[in-house]
Structures are given as C-alpha cells and as structure tokens.
Design a protein around this ligand. Structure first.
Ligand SMILES: [Cu+2]
Length: 346
C-alpha cells in the first residue's frame, strides 16, 4: 500500500511541477487552469496564479518531428500490414518478418525514451488477416535481451510465445516462426511475454492484430488507436500518456475525417502500471463492439473504459463539421498527453 502511495505521490509531484519531475518532463502543460503549475515554469507559480492558461495552452510546447522517430502517429492510424500473401490450396497464407530491436524514440517534445520495438515502431505494425487465413510470423531477435511474440487468438501452446512453451524465450540472435490460423474474427493484439512482463510491454513491444470476419465489415474510414504510456523516470508509473505513442500528436494535428462517413476505430489499451484507461468522444456517440468479436454492437455510448489488454471496435459518424475532442476520461492521463481532436470536413 505504501508503495502504491509513493507512485501516486511521484506523479502528483509531476503535475505540481516539482523540480524532480520538471527535470524529467519539461514540456507537458496541464490543461486545468489554476489547479497546477506548468512544469516548464520550473515550479514557480505564475503571477496570475496560472489563470492565463486557456485553450491556447492545451498540450505541449512544440511537437515531435516524425522523421526523428522514423514513424508518424498519423500514418500509424491507417497503416494495416496484410503481410506477404500466397495460396496453399484454397487457403490464403500470410507471412510477416518482425525484428525485435532497441530504438530511442521521442514520446513528447524533448522527452526521449529507450524503447524496445518490433520493426522500429511503437506500437509495432498492425497485422491484418481474414478469419481462417494461415499466418506465419517470422521473428528475429536483434535485441540484447530475450524476447517473444505472444498473440491473442486461438492457437496451439507451442506457438503461444510464452517462456517455457515451444521455443520459449528467443535469445539474442535467435529466430522463430509462429504459425497458426486467424481466429476468432475481432480486434486483438500481440506483445512480448518475456519476464518481467510489465517491463517488456511497457518498453514498447506490442502491436494491434485485426482479424476480419469472412463476410467483411461495411466500408469505413478505419483508424487504429493503441492507448499507451511511458515510464520515463523508472518509478513504475507513467509520465507520458498517448494514443500511438506521441503525446498530443492528434491535438497538434487533428485527425481529418469526412462528415457523414462511417468511422471505425480499433481501440486497444496496452497501458502498463495503471489498471484502467478510457476513451471519450465529445459531441457524439459510438456503437461499441467489445473485442470486435460480434457484428452487433452491445452499447451506444460516448465513453468506454478498458482494463489492460482489453480492446474493442467503435463505429460512428460525425453529423456536423468542426473540431471534436477525444481523450482519456481519466483527466490526469489527458493532461499528460492522451487527448486529441477530430477535424470533420465536407
Ligand atoms: Cu521482450
């Protein structure tokens, strides 16, 4: 209990702009006016008590250049990797090459993070198949720690990517081909399962995994949103929160969608160190399909909470043009990077 409180205290310090936190996160700017001191002021209360902080001060000062990271959160949204396709009899076979390797990434302006990655991306590539396809995922461990690739789905134990089963941990330099069928249809994910598990996930070894139903889904503008976070000061709590890694990426540059068009969001919570994450859309509602395993939604809502590893499919249309906010309804996460806008255009 005392340990938990220490974590919370540490993060409160960050929001309060204490010197230790200010040193690690110099740029994140709390949204609430007058309730917290922006860390970039070095912990000094502005003469007006912070009342000058308004909508114009949402988010961070500056932005992350995607060329520095080698990946762009805006491209990740609509980037589906269907693998190299071949046929075996009447079946479709899909193959992917995945390399586990280290990479330094920038998760907020000026905040570097020593990540462990699949294919130098965080999240890793969004793998996409159709129900019943044969899948082969060739992984090479080019990192200096043992890693695995554990898929959510239905498959034999030897291909579950868990230490002690099948090939178990892949040592540096080792490779293995996980092979199984794409089932069940829905929205799933994959992640490293080496231990300590929380660290291997929190360092960035995860990605989204879409299995389309045989009959497909209605045509839509499809977006992948992986809700993640980063422990930048090794206190086992997150200092930066985001969708697709870069804090405030969609606040600085809103996601453009068309008025009246069906938007389908594949939403995954892969956050470590916090038990819950959430998604809230302003001025609209969405149909929610938990785990995407049914074509019928279970709920029409504007807010959904997801525990670690939970995911679902959201479908909505925007009836009006304009700018609509979306963010974690955990306000603290929103203030530390997890908020953005849709820009709805004709
Ligand atoms: Cu690992």
């Amino acid at each position: 209990m005392a340990k938990l409180w220490t974590h919370k205290l540490s993060r409160r310090k960050l929001l309060a702009g204490a010197p230790v936190a200010a040193a690690s996160i110099p740029i994140l700017c709390p949204v609430r006016t007058g309730t917290a001191v922006p860390p970039h002021t070095g912990g000094h209360v502005p003469s007006d008590g912070g009342a000058h902080m308004g909508a114009a001060h949402l988010g961070a000062v500056g932005s992350v250049d995607p060329r520095v990271n080698g990946f762009d959160p805006h491209e990740i949204l609509r980037d589906f990797d269907r693998g190299t396709v071949s046929r075996a009899g009447d079946r479709t076979v899909r193959e992917w090459e995945i390399v586990a390797e280290r990479a330094e990434i920038e998760v907020a302006p000026g905040v570097k993070f020593a990540a462990w990655t699949y294919n130098r991306r965080v999240p890793g590539p969004t793998l996409r198949a159709r129900e019943g396809d044969r899948l082969r995922i060739n992984i090479i461990n080019a990192a200096d720690h043992p890693h695995t690739m554990h898929f959510h789905g239905i498959h034999p134990a030897a291909h579950d990517g868990v230490p002690g089963l099948g090939p178990g941990n892949l040592e540096p330099g080792q490779s293995f081909t996980y092979e199984f069928d794409a089932e069940p249809f829905g929205f799933h994910h994959y992640h490293c399962h080496s231990t300590p598990l929380a660290d291997h996930i929190a360092k960035g070894l995860y990605g989204a995994f879409v299995i389309d139903p045989k009959q497909g889904r209605p045509e839509a503008d499809e977006l992948v949103m992986v809700m993640n976070g980063f422990d930048t000061n090794f206190d086992r709590s997150n200092e930066v929160y985001a969708v697709n890694t870069v804090a405030f990426a969609y606040l600085n540059e809103p996601i453009r969608v068309k008025r009246g068009e069906l938007v389908r969001i594949y939403l995954l919570n892969i956050l470590e160190f916090d038990p819950l994450n959430s998604f809230h859309i302003h001025a609209n509602f969405f149909d929610y399909h938990p785990t995407g395993t049914s074509l019928e939604p279970t709920e029409l809502t504007d807010t959904i909470s997801l525990a670690q590893g939970q995911r679902g499919i959201l479908e909505l249309r925007f009836p009006f043009t304009g700018r609509y906010m979306f963010h974690a309804h955990v306000s603290e996460f929103a203030e530390l990077g997890w908020m953005g806008f849709f820009e709805v255009v004709d």
